[in-house]
Design a binder for this molecule. Structure first.
Ligand code: NAD
Length: 313
């Protein structure tokens, strides 16, 4: 029969695209339960799903930050049976830490870290009992490598990577697979929302130099990187489908080969000096040429590193 896939955060971006891609599978292998906090925001998804809506795609409300909402949502799934859980919901946070309150930081962890933990705790007992299941987590390159001015977002994704790397061992004993998807930049509302937040930002308690490094050095090179290297939500959906359909899914799955050299630096020098100094030079010495520098790095190393990514095609 069809495998039941439950996805979090489907009103936009990557989650929406994964839901539609799986629901419209040509072999009709999936029943997709697309969830979102507010069902009033379903229109974009319903439109994109076309005639799959109401057949291979159904909707349920779900806020990953609420214990009650998570329990209720899974109770509303037939026999609480979820074959594949896709943890996609997430929020970004950008800017100098001096200007970000601890409350704002906790909100990011509440969604990106505890949201995933809550979901896994809810579906794992049934998966264990059935000795079957696949849990997918939408991590990021920033779950593997720190990125300047993304300090708290990166920390939340690192926390999740650590949690999942630990969980993967016992889950394997129960025949449950766990896979991280680690995209680089993806063109979604995520980027738009973050840029809007940044535009509204004042910088209380931040010195003028830091503000300048953030606004005049980091932001332009970040926008440049999005433009030059960004993937589409459709690319990420195709990668995710590949991971689901693999007979031996990998634990880590980078989707953008331009990032493999950057991630490799960390494993090449366990003191961390190589990563920190390379990022320093990329930002402060190559700033506007950052994406070109990264492309050159990729070309120089692609024959040995490229096969480590998962490609959408
Ligand atoms: P997006 O903002 O379009 O999608 C995030 C979705 O999560 C939204 O629909 C939002 O409503 C939902 N969400 C937020 N809080 C929620 C909650 N408490 N409960 C339920 N849903 C909630 O952005 P996206 O790029 O599609 O992001 C999806 C995932 O991909 C995130 O986990 C993000 O960290 C990750 N990611 C994004 C990028 C990128 O560049 N866009 C890169 C790497 C990883």
């Amino acid at each position: 029969g069809q495998r039941v896939v439950l996805i979090t955060g489907c009103s936009s971006g990557i989650g929406l695209r994964i839901a539609v891609t799986l629901a419209r599978d040509e072999k009709k292998r999936y029943h997709v339960i697309a969830t979102m906090r507010d069902l009033k925001k379903k229109e974009k998804l319903v439109e994109a799903a076309g005639d799959a809506y109401g057949k291979s795609l159904t909707l349920l409300p779900l806020d990953v930050c609420s214990d009650d909402s998570v329990t209720q949502c899974i109770n509303n799934v037939k026999d609480r049976h979820v074959d594949i859980l896709i943890n996609n919901a997430g929020v970004g946070l950008l800017g100098p830490v001096e200007s970000i309150s601890i409350e704002q930081m906790k909100k990011v962890f509440e969604t990106n870290f505890f949201g995933v933990v809550r979901m896994i705790k809810e579906v794992m007992p049934d998966m264990k009992a059935r000795r079957a299941g696949h849990i997918i987590v939408m991590s990021s390159v920033m779950g593997l490598q720190g990125v300047v001015f993304n300090d708290v977002y990166t920390a939340s994704k690192f926390a999740m990577e650590g949690f999942c790397e630990s969980m993967a061992v016992q889950l394997l004993k129960f025949n449950i697979r766990l896979s991280m998807i680690e995209p680089g930049p993806v063109h979604t509302e995520f980027e738009t929302k973050m840029m809007e937040d940044v535009a509204k930002m004042e910088y209380p308690g931040v010195d003028a130099d830091t503000v300048r490094y953030f606004k005049d050095v980091y932001l332009p090179s970040s926008i440049d990187i999005f433009e030059a290297m960004g993937q589409t939500p459709d690319d990420i959906a195709k990668c995710t489908k590949k991971v689901i359909e693999s007979s031996s899914p990998r634990f880590r799955n980078l989707t953008n080969s331009l990032y493999t050299p950057i991630v490799a630096l960390k494993y090449a020098d366990e003191t961390g000096g190589l990563s920190v100094n390379t990022f320093y030079n990329l930002l402060f010495n190559f700033g506007p040429l950052m994406h070109i520098t990264m492309s050159i790095l990729k070309c120089l190393t692609c024959s040995c590193l490229r096969r480590r990514t998962i490609s959408p095609n």
